[in-house]
Design a protein around this ligand. Structure first.
Ligand code: ZN
Ligand code: ZN
Length: 409
């Protein structure tokens, strides 16, 4: 996994490997004390404390409630360039099923997505960058709250994140159990899908199960809507595009009322897309389809379509650059430059809508490893120095220090 010593990134990796024990202890402490989005008070204060101890020049707390931003000024001090690095801090409402010593101490909550690892890697990078400062410009370390469905990245942007801390590009990484440890994946273009929530409410007329001809059965209408909705991806989306329509919840009537036709049926699900045109098309057609299927049965139905996270789209230049930086650490053979995009979603997409940048996948398992959001998941501490060195190298290799001959004086 380790790069040859003459490589510029090798220094960062070697140094961070010396702190592996401390980083592991920090990560496990966060794992034992998970906090839900926008309530990461303990986590944020541990981060802020670690940044101050590391000698980070500015530490700002309380951005979007629990967000933390650190700024490190490079030693060269000539450039006004700046690079943003982002980590997420929140946990999930999952009851952990692990039994190791650092398992969650909060009932019904766990770090099931590895954000404890992301936060630790960025703290590690901060310590290294504040110590060496071998770059020209500013490193802006962004610790965001509420990634899991709460849009913490957007909340920070709305509170002026990039006005207060302007950056030329921003990078984030997510651990990826499907890739082996020591492998890094990044590609230009789509990395993660846009995630929308859909809710369909069917209104019929309730009645006796023995006399359906006197009622308008919303359960039957809902069943037809479920079937018809499957035609959107198969018949309306161009096969060269990707999309998913999933109806994941249905509710009507009461299990105890076996002979009561209810008045209403409700379906809830999600739509995943990468391109705005496809998203617009599905919203429009699904709405029409829902209304007209219901109409055909003498009922009414309405679609509520909520766009939550946009698609995560890496900018071309920064994605290629990030892949080169990754290769300087792990070698070209361990960089996947054409990773198939995931239909999952990520709120780093909001940052990529306003800044160029890239979202990387840091391999941490390989075949058979436990996937994200599983009650038995745990971040693999083996990759902490590598992820931290990757963060640090993105800064060092973006904000290179000009050779002395180019100095004006
Ligand atoms: Zn997650
Ligand atoms: Zn996550």
């Amino acid at each position: 996994m380790l790069a040859p010593l003459e490589d510029p990134a090798a220094g960062a990796y070697r140094r961070l490997s010396q702190w592996h024990g401390e980083l592991t202890a920090f990560r496990r402490d966060l794992h034992a004390h998970p906090e839900i989005g926008f309530e990461e008070r303990r986590t944020a204060s541990r981060v802020a404390e670690a940044l101050r101890v590391a000698g980070v020049d500015e530490v700002h707390e309380g951005i979007a409630k629990t967000g933390v931003v650190g700024v490190i000024r490079g030693r060269a001090g000539r450039s006004r360039r700046a690079i943003g690095l982002r980590a997420d801090m929140d946990a999930l409402p999952i009851a952990e099923e692990n039994d190791f010593a650092w398992r969650s101490t909060t009932r019904g909550m766990m770090h099931g997505c590895g954000h404890d690892g992301h936060t630790t890697m960025l703290v590690g990078a901060a310590r290294y960058l504040a110590d060496t400062r071998a770059f020209d410009g500013d490193a802006v370390l962004i610790f965001q709250p509420g990634e899991e469905g709460l849009g913490g990245a957007k909340a920070m942007i709305d509170e002026g994140l990039f006005d207060r801390f302007p950056v030329d590009a921003v990078y984030a990484m997510h651990n990826w159990p499907a890739l082996p440890a020591g492998t890094i994946g990044v590609n230009p273009g789509p990395m993660m899908a846009a995630a929308d929530r859909i809710e369909i409410v069917v209104q019929g007329r309730g009645g006796h199960g023995a006399h359906p001809y006197l009622a308008t059965d919303p359960v039957l209408v809902a069943a037809h809507i479920i079937t018809a909705a499957q035609s959107l991806v198969s018949r309306n989306v161009n096969p060269n595009d990707n999309a998913v329509v999933s109806l994941c919840s249905m509710h009507a009537g009461e299990p105890t009322a076996y002979s009561v036709i209810p008045r209403e049926a409700r379906l809830v699900g999600t739509v995943r897309t990468f391109r705005r045109e496809v998203q617009d098309m599905i919203e429009e057609r699904l709405g029409r389809l829902v209304e007209s299927v219901a109409l055909g049965f003498g009922a009414t139905a309405r679609l509520k379509y909520q766009r939550s996270y946009p698609a995560t789209i890496n900018s071309e230049r920064e994605a290629h650059f990030a892949a080169d930086v990754a290769a300087s650490l792990v070698g070209e053979a361990h960089v996947v430059r054409q990773l198939p995009p995931s239909m999952g979603a990520e709120d780093f997409s909001f940052m990529l809508q306003v800044k160029p940048g890239a979202y990387l996948r840091l391999g941490q398992g390989g075949e058979g490893s436990c996937f994200l959001h599983n009650a038995r998941y745990d971040f693999n501490d083996e990759v902490l120095p590598l992820g931290a060195a990757l963060f640090a190298s993105l800064v060092e290799q973006s904000l290179t220090v000009a050779p002395p001959s180019e100095n004006p004086r």
